[in-house]
Design a protein around this ligand. Sequence first.
Ligand code: F0G
Length: 406
Amino acid sequence: MAANLTCIECTQTYPLDEKIYTCKNCGGLLEVRIDIEQVKKEVTKSNLEKRELGVWRYFEFLPIKNKNKIVSLKEGGTPLYKCSNLARDLGLKNLYAKFEGANPSGSFKDRGITVGISRALELDSKAVACASTGNTAASLAMYAAKAAIKCYVLLPVGKVALGKLSQALLHGAQVISIKGNFDRAFAMVRELCEKYNIYLLNSINPFRLEGQKTLAFEVVNQLNWIAPDRLIVPVGNAGNISAIYKGFCEFRDFNFIEKVPIMIGIQANGASPIVKAIERKLSRIVPETKPETVASAIRIGNPVNAPKALKAIRESGGLAESVNDEEIIAAQKMLARKEGILCEPASAASVAGLKKLKEAGKIDSDETIVCVLTGHGLKDPEIILKFSEKPIEIEPNMNELIKFIK
Ligand code: F0G
C-alpha cells in the first residue's frame, strides 16, 4: 500500500517506515495517509464482500506491508444489533448498536492493537508498552502474548476495573500501577518508550488508529453499503472517534458511500474537556486535572487525540455531549434489560448521550443511528454489583422459595 505519515498541523510528511509518533517539526499529531487511487486498483466492493468480516478484510486500507508479520486473534467482525425495544422507548425508528465487547479481549482496542502489534513486528521491536485505563492494557497484553514479545502496562493505581486488570496479569504483561491518574501514566510511558526504545501503543500511535477505522468500514458493510446518519461514540483519549471518522472519510473518497455520518462524541460530566471545547468554540481543549466518573475507561482529563477529535466533530457537523454517572448507569441497565446487551459503563455513555440528545430535540426520530458499545460489561463486575439489587438469600425449603415467586 502506498502511504505516508502526515502531520495534521503543519502537513509535514514522513515515510511510513519512520518510527515516530508525533511531528518532528511542530510536535503535531500524525496520521497515515493512504493513496486511495492505488487502493482503488486493488479492491472492489465484490472482492471485499467475499472475505470474512473483520479488521483484516480491509488489508489494502491498512499500513502493514508484510502479511507474515500480522498477529491476529480474529478481531472485528462484531455484531451490529438492531435495537428495536430501545428504539421504541426513545422514540426512534432505526437504532443500532455496534457491540465491540464481542472482540477477543472484550473491547474495540483489539482492532488497533492487531495492527499496532503487527507494526511492532515489522519494526523488529522487542517490547511494547502503553498507559491505560484498562482496556488497552488488556488488549496489548493479549496480543503481546500471541506475538511473544515483552509488554509493559502502566495503570492508574486502584482505578482499573477488575476484569481488565485480571486480563493484563494473566496474559503475562509487566503491570505497573502508578500512584497518579491516566494522564500522568501516559506522560510517563511516553518518556519510558523514548528512553528504552520500546514501541508505544497508545492511540497517539497512528498505526493503531488505522486498525480502529475498520469499525466504520464494517458498519457500512453491515448496513449494505450505506452510512448511518449519525454515529455516537464515548470519548476518552479521543482516538476512537478520530479513527472511525477517518474510516468513513476513506469510504466516501472511495465512492463507497455518499456522505460521512454526523459524529457525536459523549463524555462523562466529570471528564469532559472535548465537550467544553466544542461548546465554547475553542481551537484547543483545556485539560482537566482531576477527571472523575464511574466510567473508569473514560476517566481522562487531557485527551491526546483532542485535535483530531475536534476536527472529526466539526467537519462532520457533529456535536459533543456530556452525561452524568446516573445517566450512564441507567443506560447500561437499559441495554442489558431491553436488548440483552451487557456493556461496560463507558460504553453505555453513548446510549445515555443519545437519550439526552433525543429528549432535547437534537435528533430526529427517523434518522439511522449507530451507537458504539466499546467494551464488554464483564470487564467491570464491581460497578454492576454496586448498582444492582442484592440477591435474596433464603433457607433451603420450598415454602420459603414460593414467597418470592411473584
Ligand atoms: N470505551 C471504552 C470501554 C474504553 O476503554 C475507552 C478508552 C473509550 C471508550 C474511549 O476511547 O480513548 O479512543 O476515546 N480506553 C483507553 C484505555 C483510554 O486505556 O483502555 P478513546
